[in-house]
Design a protein around this ligand. Structure first.
Ligand code: SAM
Length: 252
């Protein structure tokens, strides 16, 4: 499981992009005072932090199947009800929340429609389900340079471009298949500055997610080739990466 890693490694690899994405997903979902919401696939808590800031810890619950992430989310967010669970089987009653959100998770679900249907089940009638996935399909995600370089060195490498929700319109299809209505889709965008090439590259060696798992699994020589190709493809440091995610919201 590529998310059975330390929370600190996740923060350095993906948290740097998912933290600035979180306020945008919360805004799209209309998260505001008085609501009770669920963060599905919370990881160490990038979106959880935003939800707690808006609603208070008592009004937020979170789930993730990764044990180290659940432990980190509990430690970082005392008062939040953090449970170890997958989206496809949520340990909550019908209609328990005003909204259920999944940031950068749908593409990792074993059954995305079942996961979204569960999110709808635990959300009250007319409540909101919202999710976002990086635009891996359109080559606009934060890992796109890495996967482009990996492709050059190994043309049939399995990247993340074909994953559910990772191309324009696919989240909408999944939301509709899960029975949500009034579904709207849009693009979210984050800009992250990298002060040096090493600042960008080093977290790829920590084994987080499919990209990190791929990099960490290469022998030293192949990993060095990949690193140097990435260096050539990226702008000279310091550089800013602009990354796009597809986001959808629908009503129960
Ligand atoms: C890219 S991380 C996103 C974490 C966090 N939401 C964020 O924005 O930083 C993907 C997360 O999805 C979790 N995950 C994988 N499969 C899942 C499933 N079936 N249901 C819920 N979460 C899942 C992983 O454990 C991981 O924490």
């Amino acid at each position: 499981m590529s998310f059975a890693v330390a929370a600190d490694a996740y923060d350095r690899f993906m948290g740097r992009y998912s933290v600035p994405l979180a306020p945008q997903l919360a805004e799209l979902a209309g998260v505001g005072a008085g609501q009770r919401v669920l963060d599905v696939g919370c990881g160490p808590g990038a979106l959880t932090t935003e939800l707690v800031a808006r609603l208070g810890a008592d009004a937020v619950a979170a789930v993730d199947p990764s044990e180290p992430f659940v432990a980190a989310a509990r430690e970082r967010h005392p008062g939040v009800d953090v449970r170890r669970a997958a989206a496809e089987q949520l340990p909550f009653e019908d209609g328990a929340f005003d909204g259920a959100l999944a940031q950068l998770v749908v593409h990792f679900m074993a059954d995305p429609v079942a996961g979204l249907r569960e999110m709808a089940r635990v959300t009250r009638e007319a409540g909101v389900v919202a999710a976002c996935v990086w635009d891996h399909g359109g080559g606009q995600g934060p890992l796109s340079v890495f996967w482009a370089a990996a492709h050059e060195l190994e043309p049939d490498v399995g990247d993340e471009s074909q994953l559910p929700g990772a191309r324009e319109g696919h989240l909408t299809e999944l939301f509709l298949a899960a029975g949500l209505h009034d579904v709207e889709e849009c693009a979210l965008s984050v800009r992250v500055e990298h002060s040096t090439f090493e600042d960008w590259w080093e977290p790829y060696t920590l084994g987080v997610g499919p990209a990190g798992g791929y990099a960490a699994g290469l022998d030293q020589e192949k990993q060095a080739q990949l690193r140097e190709r990435c260096r050539e493809l990226l702008p000279a440091a310091p550089f800013v990466l602009t990354s796009q995610a597809w986001a959808a919201r629908g009503l129960v």
